[in-house]
Ligand binder design. Structure first.
Ligand code: EPU
Length: 418
């Protein structure tokens, strides 16, 4: 198994190109199943999760190519069964459910279950689809939707943690094929949901309100092929932003969209970061140690849960005390015990991490437990005294394109050991 070996202490400077968004590309690829025509999707990052989604599309019957960031799909026919093996390896594969129901009127998909960041139910996805006429039942670990005649409806899609990203995606995609008008209240308004809606509109869907909490969709009799460019990855950009700050460096995040990072940029400015955005990207630097801040993760435009682990790494070495509260996945704190092994002083009180900034971290062998946790450990390694070995690096390869190469170009001492 590969590991990343990081020697701490280098100040990061220079320019890094932000890749296409993983969490936009995954549902957009799934949406290509909605049409028998050709779809061409640019700026797709080369990640193991993306390659896995392409494999799912192939197994469902699509012809797929992937060349230099461009995916071409053609799904003349789509199979309605998604077996456990495909869902087990990547929870996000649930976003093929909406397209299959829209296309075939019936579907069987394995229930994804939980993962290392916590319980990951799909009850809201299923409730929304049922409201549209695609009622399901569970049997043998599978969800069966035997027969759906999709009819537009007003649907409330909120849950106890707020809105759901992939749940909104699934219901929106199914509603494009429903007869009549659908309203989705308490829809997720993350930039990735808006990007998917923009893709669907190019395919011929009639959607308004995307990027807000209320989506309106008029069903159409069929969707066609289209060409689309995926938005930049705001979480990758945010991770490199933290890499710059934690090393008191000076980095230009080429292609990052400041509109997608309003909350993150605002919070980082308030702890002393210098941040300037222009049409090409974001310049970020820290000329001195930052000040500690408190944070609460929330649905967009709140502070993203996918940046919480990276902020734990940053606040571990920021003077003062900070409280980081996780409101989306309350047990997403697997990185905390590994950061502690590097010398971080962190207490967990329920869904809040209380961090006492320490003078320095010490390099240590650590274990990645999920994608963002592994990013946090690499960030901690960049600033730790000595050498940090981040094991189980396949987690990081799910969501960061060539992270070791990109960090090396900025001056980090990081090697991948196979
Ligand atoms: N939830 C329910 N019922 C549902 C669906 C969700 O209770 O039917 C709960 C979840 O358990 C969670 C909250 O609602 O507490 C929000 O979950 P959401 O459905 O929004 O998460 P997701 O759509 O499965 C996407 C991203 C995640 C990101 C979350 C939150 C993709 C492929 N994944 O997951 O990304 O953390 O939204 O923003 O878009 C990552 O990239 O590292 C990652 C985990």
């Amino acid at each position: 198994m590969d590991k990343l070996v990081v020697k701490g202490g280098a100040r990061l400077t220079g320019r890094v190109k932000v890749s296409g968004s993983k969490n936009s590309a995954l549902p957009i690829l799934a949406a290509s199943l909605l049409t028998p025509e050709k779809c061409v999707i640019h700026n797709v990052p080369d990640l193991s999760d993306i390659r896995f989604m392409l494999e799912i599309l192939r197994q469902l019957g699509a012809e797929v190519t992937f060349d230099h960031g461009t995916v071409t799909t053609r799904a003349e026919k789509v199979i309605s069964e998604v077996p456990y093996d495909l869902v087990r390896k990547m929870r996000a594969s649930i976003c093929v459910l909406g397209p299959i129901v829209a296309r075939n009127g019936h579907a069987t998909i394995s229930e994804p279950g939980g993962c290392s960041i916590g319980d990951r139910p799909i009850d809201i996805h299923l409730r929304g689809l049922a409201e549209l006429g695609a009622a399901s039942h569970s049997e043998g670990g599978n969800v069966h939707i035997p027969k759906a005649e999709l009819i537009g409806k007003e649907i409330f899609l909120g849950g106890k943690f707020g809105s759901t990203v992939l749940g909104t995606d699934n219901v929106m995609m199914a509603a494009t094929a429903a007869k009549g008008h659908t309203i989705i209240e308490s829809a997720a308004c993350e930039p990735e949901v808006k990007d998917l809606a923009d893709f669907l509109i190019k395919m011929g869907a009639k959607i308004t309100g995307h990027g807000t909490r209320r989506l309106e969709i008029d069903g159409v009799s069929g969707l066609g092929g289209c060409e689309h460019t995926v938005i930049p990855d705001r979480i990758e950009a945010g991770t490199f932003l933290v890499a710059a700050l934690i090393t008191q460096g000076d980095v230009f995040l080429a292609g990052a969209d400041p509109d997608h990072l309003v909350n993150v940029l605002d919070r980082m400015k308030s702890c002393g970061a210098n941040i300037k955005a222009n049409g090409d990207g974001i310049q970020v630097s820290a000329s001195r140690k930052l000040a500690s801040i408190d944070l609460v993760t929330e649905t967009y435009p709140g502070f993203p849960t996918d940046m919480q682990a990276q902020l734990c790494a940053l606040m571990s070495v920021t003077p003062g005390i900070s409280a980081i509260t996780e409101k989306i996945f309350p047990s997403r704190f697997m990185h905390v015990s590994e950061l502690r092994r590097m010398g971080a002083q962190i207490e967990l009180e329920g869904a809040t991490a209380i961090l006492h900034g320490v003078d320095h971290l010490s390099g240590a062998p650590v274990m990645a437990s999920d994608l963002r946790a592994s990013a946090a450990l690499v960030l901690a390694g960049l600033v730790a005294k000595g050498t940090t070995e981040v094991n189980r690096v396949y987690h990081i390869d799910r969501g960061y394109e060539h992270i070791d190469e990109k960090l090396r170009k900025l001056g980090a001492e990081i090697e991948r050991v196979r």
